[in-house]
Design a protein around this ligand. Sequence first.
Ligand code: PTJ
Length: 252
Amino acid sequence: MIIPRSHPRYLSLKTREQLVRANRSGIVVPEGLIAHGRGEAFDYILGERTRPSAEKAIEAAAALLLTAEKPVISVNGNTAALVPRELVRLARAVGGDVEVNLFHRGGDREKRIARTLRRSGASRVLGVGKEASGRIPGLESMRRKIDPSGIGDADVVFVPLEDGDRASALRRMGKKVIAVDLNPLSRTSRSANVTIVDNVTRALPLLNRQVRGLKRYNKRRLVRIVSGFNNEKNLIMAVKEIMSYLNKWNGV
Ligand code: PTJ
């Protein structure tokens, strides 16, 4: 479908089209389209803008990734469809790896996603096929399958668009978790160390820019940024941002 650039909802329609195409090519599951719809609804009440709470979380996420010994960027169907280049760029900038980790694992979807990441510049992609031989304890879903040399060994895991219980299971393993979720009320948002309440399509370019900016800081300064961040308070701020945006519609 051709979407005219002049359409007032051009960006949103283009993103939907991207996901539908990725669904047809076997990268995104139908459930991913539904998940995107939920995300869109939250984005709508955020005013489809990166809010100050997200900017704060992006700064903390960049600092946390830069101080990590072994950061891993976890990739699912939706993020592979929407921001593959940005994910690969992020992994490279923080000296980490990309790993395919799927809720709906099966068929050759993981291979297709790995191919997309390679085409986007990744020299190696973890978590595919037999390489996902590790397990996250206490997790029943297919998301439990991890690469022992990737997420299994990571100290910081970046999990954009998560489905719920993996973030807390990773925390129980002693890992630090960074989530991107438009829903500030989700279990993932509440269990992560740093939650960026923003659309992945806006948050990833900003995160990469922030990583480039903070790279020249020494470790002590980065650690100070991380320890000055409080996820719970920041989520409350995100909810307040939504409420204040909605308040503008009062009396309409
Ligand atoms: O590719 P798979 O098999 O790993 O499956 C991926 C999905 C997304 C289907 C799976 O992880 C899932 O079911 O996720 P949930 O439980 O629907 O949660 C997804 C969360 O992401 C929801 O809280 C949405 O609000 C949020 N979300 C959706 N689209 C975006 C988003 N957050 C940021 N940016 C988006 N574009």
